[in-house]
Ligand binder design. Structure first.
Ligand SMILES: Nc1nc2c(ncn2[C@@H]2O[C@H](COP(=O)(O)OP(=O)(O)OP(=O)(O)O)[C@@H](O)[C@H]2O)c(=O)[nH]1
Ligand SMILES: [K+]
Ligand SMILES: [Mg+2]
Length: 476
């Protein structure tokens, strides 16, 4: 009874947020499941102080934001479940903006489930949905949608460059860029509306219109530049798809195995060994690479091999980067011959290619003319591997860019979609030009601003919230 009463009092201190709805208190294991040194159980909502009192048997929560060593007990039986650290984060200075509590307990499965069960029996508490803590933080204005997406990417980041990009986005760099554009649009719109409303009173000068047009043109240019970044942010976030392609038996599967340092693909002296596409994920110099081995490209008689070649070509078409492998002993080393051999593979136009001349150990001293982006390699001896890795890292850096320099990258196709719509509206504004229909022009600015607001979640983003937060883990 006392607990319930306290929870109610805590709740009435602050107005409830309609976006969160129920005002109930959620809890979850925030660290990874399984046996570990320390497990972190987290709670958010008006019952957070109450649950700390119930589980530690103390009259009040510990001082805010200070770790306190406590005996953690089952409130029903008073049995000790563990001795651990508890933290109390009174809202609004917490991750979610609500009252929050954390329990750092020993990471044994029985300890964790004992504490979770005890929490589940407290009135007003329920297990959290995936991403619900972050969703509440968003609802309380603690972060915008781009920062929430950055946080999700940070948790998923597997390479250094991915981590840098995600951290930058989580810290609000991308959100601030979009906010700045949104402010510029709001201002232009205000000027235009003032002109529409008051120009007849001669209080607003003609040049206002010219200034609005200049602002919109500059903005359109910036947005188009941002959209034209070669998908570098998306590539870094999702991994660069690199495809190993070439004639049969040149050592494509050997190359995949060499790069991933395990016999992932079958290697054999018979041409046409590989049929299925085999994909491995690699970290090359901090950049993520999704590397595919494919069937040797030739006119195959065997129907199964023919299907393999079809799949190889299909995968080649989707490549962000091509690793074209040739047998160094069977191709003449002149640039023209190498170019012709590469063209015979029909790589997708405009896609960067790295030419790997394999089986260098069989060359017997003769070194063919080479230089980036062609490189000599022996999968058998490992000779030339360093140079190839360097060449790959260079290509990846070019494709993904440096996540810390320049503008923050566009990381989501969702952003490109809204930015594209925003740019289209700004373009229509420009097309209206001197036609004089100011009401139509203002409507285009409003449309453009709405699209920007949907990226950051400042306007009508309800429909994307479920999609964005669904991909979070429970406890975050
Ligand atoms: N001497 C030498 N032999 C190699 C080298 N790389 C691969 N081989 C051999 O070349 C043969 C073909 O290698 P694979 O890796 O199966 O070639 P592939 O291009 O995947 O062949 P398919 O999948 O059939 O198209 C095998 O016998 C390998 O041992 C190399 O650098 N030097
Ligand atoms: K082979
Ligand atoms: Mg193969």
């Amino acid at each position: 009874v006392r607990r319930g009463g306290t929870a109610l009092r805590t709740a009435s201190r602050r107005p409830r947020l309609s976006l969160c709805g129920t005002g109930d208190t959620i809890f979850a294991l925030s660290s990874a499941p399984g046996r570990c040194g320390v497990a972190v159980i987290r709670a958010s909502g008006p019952g957070s102080a109450g649950l700390l009192r119930s589980l530690t048997g103390t009259p009040g929560p510990p001082p805010p934001r200070v770790l306190a060593l406590r005996r953690i007990r089952d409130p029903r039986s008073a049995e000790t479940l563990d001795r651990g650290l508890v933290v109390w984060f009174p809202g609004p200075n917490s991750f979610t903006g609500e009252d929050c509590a954390e329990l750092h307990v020993h990471g044994g499965p029985a300890v964790v489930s004992g504490v979770l069960q005890a929490l589940g029996r407290l009135p007003g508490l329920r297990p959290a949905e995936p991403g619900e803590f972050t969703r509440r933080a968003f609802a309380h204005g603690k972060l915008d949608l781009t920062a929430a997406e950055g946080l999700r990417d940070l948790i998923a980041a597997e390479t250094e460059a991915q981590r840098r990009q995600a951290l930058r986005q989580m810290e609000g760099d991308l959100g601030r860029l979009y906010q700045r554009w949104s402010h510029a649009l709001t201002q232009a719109l205000a000027h235009l509306e003032a002109y529409i409303d008051f120009s007849e009173d001669d209080n607003v000068e003609e040049e206002v219109l010219a200034r609005v047009a200049v602002t919109v043109r500059a903005l359109l240019q910036e947005i188009r530049g941002h959209l034209r970044d070669g998908r570098r942010g998306e590539l870094l976030r999702g991994g660069v798809r690199a495809v190993i392609a070439g004639p049969p038996n040149v050592g494509k599967s050997s190359l995949l195995n060499l790069l991933c340092r395990r016999p992932a693909a079958i290697v054999s002296p018979s041409a046409g060994t590989t049929r299925d596409v085999l994909e491995v994920a690699l970290d090359i110099g901090g950049y993520p690479l999704l590397l595919s081995d494919t069937a040797g490209l030739r006119r195959a008689a065997d129907p199964v091999e023919r299907e393999g070649v079809r799949r190889a070509r299909e995968r080649l078409c989707q490549a962000d980067l091509v690793l074209a492998v040739l047998d160094a002993t069977s191709v003449s080393p002149t640039p023209a011959a190498l170019g012709a051999a590469l063209a015979a593979l029909e790589p997708p136009p405009g896609t960067p290619c790295v030419l790997v001349l394999n089986k260098a150990d069989l060359l017997g001293g003769a070194t063919p003319a080479q230089g980036p982006p062609a490189t000599l390699l022996s999968c058998k001896t490992g000779e030339g591997l360093e140079a190839l890795l360097e060449l790959l890292a260079q290509q990846l850096a070019q494709l993904c860019g440096d996540p810390l320099s320049g503008w923050p990258s566009l990381t989501q196709s969702r952003h490109s979609r809204h930015l594209g719509a925003c740019a289209a509206a700004l373009g229509r504004f420009g097309d209206l030009g001197d036609s004089g229909d100011l009401a139509l022009a203002a409507e285009q600015l409003r449309l453009a601003r709405r699209e920007l607001g949907r990226i950051t979640g400042h306007v009508g983003a309800e429909d994307v919230l479920d999609i964005i937060f669904r991909d979070f883990c429970v406890g975050k």
